[in-house]
Design a protein around this ligand. Structure first.
Ligand code: BGC
Length: 424
């Protein structure tokens, strides 16, 4: 824990990955999956509950009208990344980034059980070659929360008999697209699926129990391990899950706070990583939160908030990265890290603090090999819809025009300067 973070001036290695992350369902548009079905069923009730759920957020007055519209909760045309990916890759290039994380969408590749959509495979083949043409290293996610409808109807990851479908899909993706892929994220944030889908029940599958959620976690771990095994045939393939990792620090010196912080941290962070550590080539870390535990309550130590009311403490990225490295000894990448900030008032500061935290973790010996900001584009923020703005790039959803926010330029300048330093 740093009270006064040290500034490290050491250049980063020239192969350090600088980038931004996205997920297919949040940006592509034109999808049909278990989430689009859920959105249709829930848009009206989400709009009706918007005020009670979000009125306490700092920008409620500005977004109330949008948040009360059922349309806000329909992913629909996304931000047309499916049609405009070349333009988006040009932006990635113009910022000097050398890595891009995105989703390959299972519901496009296998829209019905066992039926492979060659057109969709062709789309992602071109997508990957367009990244290659721009010297952007791809990092592909195979499942980022959403599932093909047929797979969800069979019970999805709730049933161990269904693991084979995911493994077959992964195998197909690797066979068809693996020539241009090295970094593969099997499943995004299994603990968030457990939390949101089965504990708070804000997300699909909603109606099930925590016990079923734990089964999903167990089956996703097993599915990940099996995909890891099948990737052993090509040494170029490097595999991880993307883990949602949060710092839980005791807020005082009491034994209770220390114990609760340890237990929560184990359950929400390390339990899953312990189960996949021997089946991972690297550790992909998504980091947004630091919580201070006092007894059984969480206290905030900052007044800075995102548009979603999330406390902003980017400097503690150092701690979670170092702990991940120290615990597993595998190279670590920040695969997501960002904030909802429609006025762009904190994003540049957040990026500076996060990059400084990465450098501090490295200076303590941790092998951190990249930083990917969440997100490149404004996108569909799940059960909150379109009003939270996570993008370095603002998207006008009427015209689909892209505008770089000042923080994007700032990130671009920082990355270019860092890359120059590492070439010297
Ligand atoms: C998820 C993203 C989401 C972001 C911001 C992450 O946990 O992987 O899909 O948009 O958080 O909420």
């Amino acid at each position: 824990m740093n009270q006064q973070p040290e500034v490290i001036n050491q250049p980063l290695p020239s192969n350090f990955l600088w980038g931004a992350s996205t997920a297919s369902h949040q940006v592509e548009g034109g999808l049909h999956d278990n989430w689009t079905v859920w959105e249709e069923e829930n848009a009206d009730s989400l709009a009706a509950k918007a005020e009670s759920r979000h009125a306490a957020t700092p920008i409620w007055e500005d977004v109330a009208e949008e948040a009360k519209q059922p349309d806000n909760y329909i992913s629909g045309a996304g931000v047309d990344h499916f049609g405009r990916y070349r333009e988006d890759f040009d932006i990635v290039s113009s910022l000097g980034l050398n890595c891009f994380r995105f989703g390959i969408d299972w519901s496009r590749i296998e829209p019905a059980e066992g039926e492979w959509n060659q057109e969709a495979i062709g789309h992602y083949r071109t997508y990957l070659s367009e990244l290659k043409d721009r010297n952007i290293t791809p990092m592909a996610t195979l499942v980022h929360f959403t599932l093909p409808v047929w797979f969800a109807e069979k019970g999805g990851f709730e049933r161990s008999e269904n693991i084979k479908y995911f493994v077959r899909y992964a195998d197909k993706v690797l066979e068809e697209l693996g020539d241009n892929l090295s970094w593969i994220i099997t499943i995004n944030e299994p603990t968030v699926v457990l939390g949101e889908g089965y504990m708070t029940k804000n997300w699909p599958a909603q109606h099930q129990t925590v016990l079923t959620g734990l089964k999903v976690l167990k089956n996703e771990i097993e599915a990940h391990r099996q995909v890891y095994e099948l990737t052993r045939k090509n040494s170029a393939w490097k595999v991880s899950m993307a883990h949602h990792l949060t710092n839980y620090f005791p807020a005082d010196k009491s034994l209770l706070s220390a114990l609760v912080a340890k237990l929560v941290s184990y359950g929400s962070n390390w339990f899953t990583l312990n189960k996949v550590k021997d089946h991972s080539d690297f550790m992909a870390v998504n980091h947004y939160f630091t919580h201070w535990i006092s007894g059984f309550v969480t206290k905030s130590r900052t007044d800075k908030q995102s548009d979603l009311g999330w406390p902003l403490q980017p400097e503690y990225l150092e701690d979670i990265l170092f702990e991940t490295w120290e615990s597993y000894g595998l190279p670590v990448i920040v695969s997501e890290n960002g904030l909802a900030d429609s006025k762009d008032s904190n994003r540049a500061w957040w990026i500076d603090q996060s990059v400084a935290a990465v450098k501090r973790a490295r200076s303590r010996g941790a092998d951190i090999f990249g930083y990917l900001h969440w997100s490149l584009l404004d996108n569909f923020e799940w059960d909150k819809g379109y009003w939270p703005k996570f993008g370095l790039v603002e998207v006008d959803r009427t015209t689909m025009e892209r505008h770089l926010r000042p923080s994007a330029e700032h990130y671009g300048d920082l990355v270019k300067a860092e890359r120059r330093k590492s070439q010297q």
